[in-house]
Design a protein around this ligand. Structure first.
Ligand SMILES: Nc1ncnc2c1ncn2[C@@H]1O[C@H](COP(=O)(O)OP(=O)(O)OP(=O)(O)O)[C@@H](O)[C@H]1O
Ligand SMILES: [Mg+2]
Length: 311
């Protein structure tokens, strides 16, 4: 349904996206997971035809993104990071306006309107001015405008950001209910959200895809590793590289100071004594070594680092 091939986006000399490729099947629900600035929004804008890639191709339902931009727009409903709402219009007026722009005739609009208002739970507020609605309801209106022309593909940029915990649950349920009848991509920087809603997770980091996995595989990978934090008196250029080659070490990242490191290690394998021996053998002073519980940040580091076995 969605084919993204070797897409690169440069802003001046800065590569926001660096040669990314993936494909999404009909009816799938997929998350783009990545920290701020990873390139999630950029990827979504390119898929929706909001802006062209510097190079690469996009195909949606067989249509080429560059050759048939209008056909692509018909296939896609897009909820941007900040939904383009008109605060002075009522929900119904706004959805009528969006439906007309998207080319629905009055009869189509009437039948879609009822269905969408029902589907997104907007019945009680349909006559109210958008500016007076809570954030959760505004987000529903944002979803409704993306759905009004009944597109097969939905692209939702951070659909739950800024909502309270109850609103988050409601919007997630709504999205899950849309899956199956729609192919959905949503972006999030929350691992739990990606794994809770989606069938596959595409992890984007600094403009590159670092992993495409099912939630089950992701959890399995995370459970396999533990973190050791390490502080030494001094280092040398290949120190981190050599640490990474020690048996049981999955990945090495820089800690909070130049002489501290985080080691992702295989679960159930206490390698503190091996690490200590290695450091002593290099005649380096060991200031601290301790096991760390896995935080979400660490989890992200594990997932965005290749393990030595993959190299
Ligand atoms: N118009 C632009 N001009 C220059 N740089 C840009 C532009 N738009 C985005 N960028 C840069 O491209 C990178 C990717 O941005 P993008 O908005 O896609 O990230 P994101 O993953 O959506 O992040 P967030 O979680 O903060 O929404 C960032 O470093 C950003 O600063
Ligand atoms: Mg973004």
């Amino acid at each position: 349904m969605i084919e993204v091939q070797e897409v690169t986006k440069r802003y001046g000399t800065f590569s926001a996206l660096d040669n990314i490729s993936f494909s999404i099947k009909k009816g799938e629900i997929v998350a783009f997971l990545g920290p701020n600035g990873a390139g999630k929004t950029t990827t979504m804008r390119i898929i929706t035809g909001f802006m062209p890639p510097t190079s690469g191709t996009i195909r949606i339902a067989g249509f080429d993104g560059l050759a048939s931009p209008m056909a692509i727009k018909k296939q896609i409903g897009y909820l941007p990071e900040t939904p383009p709402l008109y605060l002075e219009l009522t929900v119904q007026e706004y959805l009528t306006f969006v439906g007309r722009i998207k080319g629905l005739d009055p009869a189509q609009l009437l039948s879609r309107m009822d269905k969408i208002i029902e589907q997104t739970g907007l019945k009680e507020v349909q006559g109210r001015v958008i500016g007076h609605l809570s954030r959760g309801y505004r987000q529903r209106v944002g979803l409704a405008q993306a759905l009004i022309h009944n597109p097969p593909v939905l692209i939702l940029d951070e659909p739950t950001t800024g909502l309270d915990p109850n609103q988050i649950i409601e919007i997630r349920d709504l999205i899950k209910n849309l899956a199956g009848s729609h192919t959905i991509i949503l972006s999030t920087h929350l691992l739990a959200e990606a794994t809770a809603i989606c069938q596959r997770v595409i992890i984007i980091h600094k403009g590159k895809i670092v992993a495409i996995d099912t939630p089950e595989q992701l959890s399995a990978k995370l459970q396999q590793s533990e973190t050791l934090s390490l502080t030494v008196e001094q280092t040398y250029p290949d120190f981190a590289l050599e640490l990474g080659r020690l048996p049981g070490v999955l990945a090495v990242t820089q800690g909070t100071s130049p002489n501290s490191f985080m080691l992702e290690t295989q679960q159930g394998r206490d390698i503190r004594s091996e690490v200590t021996k290695f450091i002593v053998s290099r005649e380096i002073g060991l200031l601290e070594i301790k096991a760390q519980p896995l935080t979400l940040e660490d989890a992200f580091k594990v997932l965005t680092k290749e393990s030595p076995a993959d190299r």
